[in-house]
Structures are given as C-alpha cells and as structure tokens.
Design a protein. Structure first.
Length: 143
C-alpha cells in the first residue's frame, strides 16, 4: 500500500457505496467477516483476484508467515470456508497498511470507478456480497 486511504469521505457521498473498511490487523478475512456479520450478508471471494505481493507464495513455501495470521484464523476462521494453509495465510494475513475493501452496488459502479481512477487508485473486484445461506460459510473463498 503506497497511497493514503483518505478517499473514504469522498466515496461516502456516492449513493450505493454500502460499506468501506481498510484491511489492517485482522486481514481480509477478518474485516470482511465483520462487515458481513454487521450487515447480515455473506460474501463470495474469487481468491485468484485478491492482490498479493510478489514472491509471497515463495515465502510461505519456506515457512515464513506472520504469527498473527494463525491467531487471526483462530479468532474468525469459523466464518470462512475451508481452504489450504497457503490461502489461509494470505486471507488472514495481518496488514499494517492494507488496501480498502469497498462494497459497491452495481448501480454505483461507474461513478465509483471514475472517482477511484481519478484519485489514482488501482481497482480489483474480488467478489460479491450475497444473501446468507445456512448451508454456506459466511465468507466463501473460491480458489
């Protein structure tokens, strides 16, 4: 993360921005779980679209993973679908200054995209918000 997350105030003016959170110490899985629990929704994430730093998989293969990732999983892993240890380490990785996780309605997508591009942010849609289903995890990670 090489850019301040100060665009939130501007985004709040767009009708259809339903939630904004920065991904920090609880990792993507923790912050997304909290949004879902607080909003009575679920999420489906396409893991292959989650931005990760270069060489992370090499570090993980050599056993380098922050202890906080396991503590995070121990705290909220019951909200996540089953996943490999590599995926778990990335989804639960505590960030010091991660990106923004923003829930945008399809009606607001164009206005949102334009504002973010004008501000110099790179965008990646990593999933969708869905109705909760008692048969599925609160946060489904599709690999």
């Amino acid at each position: 993360m090489c850019q301040l997350n100060d665009i939130g105030c501007k985004l709040a003016t767009i009708d259809g921005i339903n939630a904004i959170t920065d991904v920090t110490g609880f990792g993507l899985g923790g912050h997304l779980s909290e949004v879902c629990l607080g909003s009575n929704v679920a999420a489906v994430i396409d893991y292959n679209k989650v931005p990760i730093l270069p060489n992370i998989k090499d570090y993980l293969a050599n056993g380098c993973s922050p202890g906080g990732a396991q503590r995070n999983f121990d705290s909220y892993g019951h909200n996540l679908s089953p996943m490999s240890s590599e995926v778990q380490s990335i989804i639960c990785d505590p960030q010091t200054s991660g990106g923004l996780l923003i829930m945008v309605s399809s009606a607001a997508k164009n206005e949102f995209d334009q504002m973010m591009q004008n501000a110099g942010f790179e965008l990646e849609a990593i999933g969708e918000i869905v109705k909760p289903d008692s048969k599925s995890a609160l946060v489904q990670i599709n690999v």
